[in-house]
Design a protein around this ligand. Structure first.
Ligand code: NAD
Length: 272
């Protein structure tokens, strides 16, 4: 049987590959044989990426320029760059949703059949069912500026927990876009939804979620916070043919926290 997890001969693009989960994924993908690995980031990576294209995922012109440089034939696209809710609402939504969408839309038509897109979402976005109608309304706009105006007009949705809302959109976008990418181009789209991970972004999460809430979440699943390497494994797996039957799936990677929450097995006393 062929090696299901090999990245040999694959053209891979990954956003946010300089620190945290993305940097761990870059190491892993290179170890798995990839020799054509492009990182898009605002900071230059030091890892084994073969090409770096300075790209600001909050800026449509920067993304369009990167799309032009990358060209066709991307086998696996990882939309991993993300920011926490310590910035302005529009910035968080630009990086965590609009930039993801623009890069994907720019590359998907040139991706070969059987290619894969993997978005890094979050369990912070698990509340999407409550807002599904509104999020589909936003997705239906299909325009950068109109989407930003929609956010202003629907301020109450994003302002309470803008990071969580951005990741709700990421999960719904993963499901929504999986239809047309697959039907039109034969490209699968999935996401990975991690729980708290020990990365440089954690400092920002502590600022807007508090240390108590983060620690409580980690304590529920045994007290060991996920590592960048743990989540890179899930991302890398979703980019391979091992996940060939999966499309439009939001893969929860949180040591069980969401499952226990859903089945009423979480102890809230630590939050009092
Ligand atoms: N750390 C966590 O607890 C956690 C939990 C769930 C999901 N996530 C998600 O995981 C992904 C990776 O985050 P991380 O925890 O590894 O954090 P990180 O800060 O270590 O990595 C983020 C990467 O994105 C890059 N980046 C930031 N803004 C950018 C921009 N405007 N344009 C291009 N690149 C930009 C950074 O330079 C960095 O390389 C994010 O999408 C994040 O939302 C993180």
């Amino acid at each position: 049987m062929t090696d299901l997890f090999s990245y040999a001969g694959k053209k891979v693009v990954l956003t946010g590959g300089t620190t945290g989960v993305g940097a761990a994924a870059v190491e892993m993908i290179a170890d798995l044989g990839c020799t054509d690995l492009t990182v898009l980031d605002i900071k230059e990576p030091t890892g084994p990426a073969t090409r770096y294209i300075p790209t600001d995922m909050s800026d449509p012109a920067s993304i369009d320029a990167a799309v032009g440089e990358i060209g066709d034939g991307v086998d696996v696209l990882f939309n991993n760059a993300g920011v926490a809710g310590v910035h302005a609402v529009d910035f968080v939504i630009r990086v965590n949703y609009l930039g993801v969408r623009r890069l994907t839309d720019g590359l998907v038509a040139g991706m070969p059949r059987g290619a894969a897109i993997v978005n890094t979402a979050s369990i912070a976005g698990q509340g999407w069912p409550e807002n599904l109608g509104k999020i589909l309304e936003l997705i239906g706009l299909d325009d950068w500026d109109a989407s930003l105006q929609w956010l202003v007009d629907n301020d109450e949705l994003a302002s309470a927990d803008m990071y969580g809302f951005s990741k709700q959109i990421a999960q719904v976008w993963t499901m929504f876009s999986s239809k047309r990418s697959y039907a039109d181009h034969g490209v699968r789209t999935n996401s990975v939804c991690p729980g708290p991970i020990d990365t440089p972004l954690m400092d920002d999460f502590i600022k807007h979620m508090t240390e108590q809430v983060i620690q409580w979440t980690v304590d529920q699943t045994g007290g060991r916070m996920l590592t960048a390497d743990d989540i890179a494994r899930s991302l890398v797996m979703m980019g391979t043919d091992a996940s060939v039957a999966m499309n439009g799936h939001n893969l929860v990677a949180d040591n069980g926290f969401s499952a226990w929450m859903t089945t009423g097995q979480v102890d809230f006393s630590g939050l009092a």
